[in-house]
Ligand binder design. Structure first.
Ligand code: NAD
Length: 269
């Protein structure tokens, strides 16, 4: 079978460089090319040099249409508005798109769902295997315990992260809400400040910390009277997300159009 061609948009970003490295080291695929923002200093540089792979003989480009044309799958860890445009291009090309970007608003979510009518899109706020197992555990715990157990989600990330709460924290909140049979939008407490009054029964609370170079830590607390459960995931490096994304791209080969999640990739049901 011919090796699978993977294109990477945002290839000079923190995740983009790791994606180049992991795709370059994965025997089942080859790097088809990479794009960056038109004003990025990486424009015109060799892709391999971006990832410490040695010269690949492919230059960083600015044209995602050309990249889709020569890729079997494109991986996107960029920014919400950019990713929506890429989802539309994936729909036109009827291509595979792995979407790791976080921080989409509702309209952008809807645009991605529309694009997935024609493109095979795997989207996950967190591409690590461990976090996706954590989501399952949280959903089950929330299903088993009623609202006497207050659910709070605490996350900490590096100082450069631009969105809060993290996409993973929100996905964990959604898993808890699903377990409880409620709509997260109705019960989410995304920030607290000043005299907030007592905690409302059934709320799902979020707290955000930022600092240093922390790859990402999430704890889901279910606090009852006299006991509490804490479910924690710690990513010790960011390569785990890149490995998950490349695994998702390979899994999506030949799959019909649709919006898939990592639980599909991992066979978690
Ligand atoms: P980053 O800012 O280092 O990288 C983003 C890159 O996208 C930059 O290099 C930027 O120049 C590039 N870019 C901007 N506009 C572009 C365009 N039009 N075409 C091509 N490239 C363009 O950010 P990062 O830390 O790599 O994170 C990127 C995104 O991935 C964020 O939303 C982050 O939350 C998310 N993320 C997701 C996971 C996951 O597992 N799903 C893990 C880590 C980060």
């Amino acid at each position: 079978m011919e090796r699978y061609r993977i294109g990477i948009v945002g290839c000079a970003g923190r995740m983009g460089r790791l994606l180049l490295k992991v795709a370059g080291e994965t025997g089942a695929c080859v790097i088809a090319g990479g794009t960056e923002a038109p004003d990025s200093p990486a424009q015109g540089q060799d892709l391999g040099a971006q990832a410490g792979l040695g010269e690949l003989g492919i230059k960083v480009g600015a044209d995602p249409v050309a990249l889709f044309a020569r890729s079997d799958a494109v991986i996107d860890f960029t920014a919400p508005a950019v990713s929506v445009r890429h989802a539309e291009l994936a729909a036109q090309a009827e291509a595979v798109l792995v979407l790791g970007t976080t921080g989409f608003d509702k309209e952008q979510d809807a645009a991605i769902a529309r694009a997935a009518q024609h493109a095979t899109i795997v989207q996950a706020a967190n591409m690590s295997l461990g976090v996706n197992v954590l989501m399952e555990l949280v959903e089950r715990a929330a299903r088993a315990l009623d609202a006497d157990y207050d659910i709070e989600i605490v996350e900490i990330h590096h100082r450069y992260k631009v969105d809060a709460p993290s996409g993973t924290a929100l996905a964990l909140g959604k898993a808890a809400a699903t377990g409880r049979g409620v709509d997260l939008d109705q019960v989410a407490q995304r920030a607290r400040d000043g005299v907030t009054g007592p905690r409302r029964r059934g709320d799902i609370g979020f707290a955000t910390l930022r600092g240093g170079d922390i790859a990402g830590e999430h704890t889901v607390v279910l606090a009852g009277d006299g006991e509490r459960i804490e479910l924690t995931h710690r990513a010790t490096n960011r390569e785990v997300f890149a490995r998950g994304a490349v695994t998702a791209a390979l899994w999506a080969r030949g799959k019909p159009p649709g919006l898939y999640a990592m639980r599909d990739v991992l066979g978690l049901g």
